[in-house]
Design a protein around this ligand. Structure first.
Ligand SMILES: C[S@@+](CC[C@H](N)C(=O)[O-])C[C@H]1O[C@@H](n2cnc3c(N)ncnc32)[C@H](O)[C@@H]1O
Length: 427
């Protein structure tokens, strides 16, 4: 190509590898974040405003002079010594660009790129959802079992024999379990703005656990997130109530060949967004019926996770759990979670989410109405930017050989998550 008649610099290629928190990769359509101001060697967050120079100027010049850009994608790969492999995914046209405040509040340049037609189809794992198509209407779906398992706004339904449970949007509390008194809360008005003066936000450390972007995104996984609750002065739109707003994405329960039912989203889910809460019957762990098999029990093990017990990955504990928060020390509950959520006979869509050894969701304990960590809410958040139609999964976190059958013998279950570094067993 002869460049002498062009205004330089021009961008020749870009790499999409999840390094920039503001990137949006929708396969044929990409919103690419310009370069600069990113803590690439640290937590990958923006720490400064970007400037229209170097690569940023190059992409702007490409747009203005209709010069296509090569797109290379980085894919996670356990078998590569750098943990990633890179694929050349073809030529893209820069359609437009703009400056905006990014997730971390700094100015970033955004470039919308569209893949040029007439190139081979993209086939790598990261973009494979492009082979499936989101139906335009429910009536297009072959083999449809049930249009809406949630029962609509009533939030209570019996989806029938195919599923054999009652759909429910809110936690049910078993007989004999008493929820603690509601916490005092903050005295902010309308919405919490100042992390220093909001009593709830202060429990999370020095800043809000969420950023406002996309209706609220969790900045990082925490030992526990303290949200605003019923006694707070702020309203339902407060960012510190991000996980309380119910389902935001169109989730589909679909059938898999080896894992039974599974869940995927028709919408793109950005990293850090809340996907759903694990809903079911809140009960004492020692009251679980151990005779019949139940694959839908979720142990509320925030305390055990905070302490890194039983091989759980210890969470960053940048909050000191206030002394008035019951952290279970006086209950000798160190090894076994005292409470669990049983979604066997009543629950929500979370009960259909399968395990993966390389998941795209993570479990986050959230305290909103009360502050008893043994009874924390269990919320699933996006661990990554999740393209539409990709199966949603989280790590069930079982230690191998930790599950006993009713006969007292160790039970084993093969894992079919398909991850390159699959542990081959769920438990
Ligand atoms: C909470 S349920 C998930 C929804 C379930 N697939 C269904 O059809 O209702 C957990 C059960 O799903 C299956 N499952 C989940 N993840 C799996 C995986 N990676 N490999 C094999 N089976 C899995 C196991 O039977 C497990 O006990």
């Amino acid at each position: 190509m002869e460049y002498s008649s062009y205004t330089l610099p021009l961008a020749v290629s870009i790499v999409l590898s999840g390094q920039y928190e503001d990137d949006l990769d929708n396969c044929e359509d990409v919103v690419y974040t310009g370069q600069g101001g990113n803590n690439l060697l640290g937590n990958k967050r923006q720490i400064r405003d970007q400037v229209m120079e170097r690569g940023n100027l190059g992409l702007k010049n490409c747009m203005e002079q209709c010069v296509p850009v090569r797109v290379v994608r980085g894919h996670q790969s356990a078998s590569s010594y750098v943990g990633k492999v890179y694929t050349y995914d073809g030529l893209y046209k820069v359609v437009n660009y703009w400056a905006e405040k990014g997730v971390s509040g700094f100015t970033v340049y955004k470039y919308r790129l569209k893949r040029l037609e007439g190139q081979p189809l993209l086939t790598t794992n990261q973009v494979q959802y492009a082979r499936g198509r989101i139906p335009n209407s429910i009536s297009e779906m072959r083999g449809l079992v049930c249009e809406d398992i949630t029962g609509g706004p009533r939030g209570y339904s019996h989806p029938g024999d195919q599923f054999g449970f009652t759909y429910c949007k809110f936690i049910q509390v078993a007989k004999g379990v008493e929820l603690p008194r509601n916490a005092t809360g903050c005295d902010c008005k309308d919405t919490c703005r100042d992390p220093k003066s909001c009593a709830c936000v202060r429990l999370n450390g020095s800043d809000f656990p969420y950023v406002h972007r996309d209706g609220g995104r969790l900045v990082e996984p925490k030992a526990v997130v303290f949200e605003c609750g019923p006694n707070c002065g702020c309203g339902p739109g407060c960012v510190n109530r991000t996980s309380q707003r119910g389902l935001k994405y169109r989730l589909e329960v679909f059938r898999t060949p080896k894992k039974g039912w599974a869940v995927r989203s028709w919408d793109y889910i950005p990293s850090g967004a809340p996907v759903c809460e694990y809903i079911g019957l809140l009960m004492k762990t020692d009251e679980i019926d151990t005779v019949s098999e139940n694959n839908y029990i979720f142990d509320i093990d925030c305390l055990q996770t905070m302490k890194g017990l039983d091989g759980r990955e210890r969470r960053l504990r940048d909050v000191s759990i206030p002394t008035y928060v019951d952290n279970g020390d006086d209950h000798n509950s160190d090894s076994v979670p005292e409470y669990c959520i049983d979604a066997g006979s009543t629950g929500n869509v979370a009960r259909f989410i399968n395990h993966s050894c390389q998941p795209n969701l993570f479990v986050q304990c959230v305290l909103s109405s009360h502050h008893d960590i043994k009874l924390a809410r269990v919320v699933l958040f996006a661990a990554d930017n999740i393209p539409p139609l990709k199966e949603l999964t989280y790590d069930y976190g079982y230690a191998l050989d930790s599950v006993m059958g009713p006969d007292g013998k160790i039970r084993q279950m093969a894992c079919h998550c398909g991850a390159a570094d699959c542990r081959k067993r769920l438990f």
